[in-house]
Design a protein around this ligand. Sequence first.
Ligand code: SF4
Ligand code: SF4
Length: 458
Amino acid sequence: MGRAGMTYRAGTAPIHLLVGLAVRPAASHRRLGRVEIGGSAVVDLRGLDELIAALGSAGYRTLGPVVRNDTIVHGSLTGVDALPSGFHDHQSPGHYDLVHCDDGELFGWAVGPASFKSELFPPHQIVWKASTAPDGFSVEEPSEEARPVAMVGARPCELAGLEVLDRVLGTRGADPVYSRRREAAFVAVVECGAPAADCFCTSMGTGPEASGAFDLALTELYDPPDRLDPDNPMPAAGHRFLVNVGSELGSELLDKISHHAAGEQDLARRQAILATARKRVGRFLDTEGLAGILERNIESRRFEEVAERCLACGNCTMVCPTCFCSDIRDASDLDGGARRERTWSSCFDLEHSYLHGGAIRRSVSSRYRQWLTHKLSTWWEQFGTSGCVGCGRCITWCPVGIDLTAEAAAIRASDGASHGRTPQAFVRGAALATSTIGAQATSSGNDPDTPPISEVPR
Ligand code: SF4
Ligand code: SF4
């Protein structure tokens, strides 16, 4: 995935926020000189706890992985005790199971349904409020949360997702709220040691190692209890994290907490963990020439076949870390007040393609096509990158288990077929589209009267 042209660097929180860091270095750890950008060190569980405390002391609203409703989502993080110790997930198309074991691994899971996108691009946002006054009315913008967010435990694909959003929402002042929050955010990535069966980060170049603009990148070096010597349950190496420094701010924070020098053993362990993780990545997407293949197969029958299963529920778009569609609505109160609200929307909503007179993507097949081809093809034209980072959420959280990698592979396999469409059918579809504009769309499902997907020439 291309990374050129990134607009925001993580870790650009105002430096004054760091004043007051009150972390006592542990006496048992030898203090290093300051670890510079690109350098690495090792922290143990106490050091990780100190990092979380230091972020709070520095003024951050610290978020990290927590267990809620049998899933791993992000929530308020006050210390290591709040992390999902011993939790592991099993994911497959349409399925997510969280299991608990007696091991103490803290990050032995892949991404859950929630991404950090929601902290920077909130699902629901008041844009402005208006109220009546004796001499007219006044308009006010809601005040922003003062504390910047610290994202602890974001996975590498999650960071890649934010970098995709940077190009969409963070350029040319497209979304000032997103830009402000993103610029002030602190990102402590934890590299993936336990990818899920629905992950395909290796296809997209987004994981399992962290390669984006992080402040700190941690790798959990964990020796499961059954591999420890019973006579020496906590070997010298122990449960620890290799920490790579990615920014000045990360370097400053690391300097405030207990850490020691990384040895050859630590670096080799990280490489071994990542090598195993790469083998555990469960899915593959062949991206070679994919954007062009999708573009020239826009009339593929596959879109109608997938629409026979697709519920148009929009789950795939809600869990996706890069989907950015939103809806603006104005509402009024009985007391004379009014407000403008922005909420997440989905290209699977019938109303989302509403233009003057009606919706132009009336069939489910046309909406699935819009989503898939935007993610993997036209996103490149718009933003110079793929719209997909291979996190696999849309596969796991699709209630009927539709798998974007399988759909893309099927279209690739049929590349060159005529799809049974003739140029005349295409022209006829265009005429149909013209004649149906003005008709009120009445269904969000597969309507037998819905014109074929060729109704809107592309
Ligand atoms: S399209 Fe699916 S796999 Fe790709 S980033 Fe979105 S949710 Fe993840
Ligand atoms: S692909 Fe799956 S998650 Fe997405 S709209 Fe269709 S049924 Fe819902």
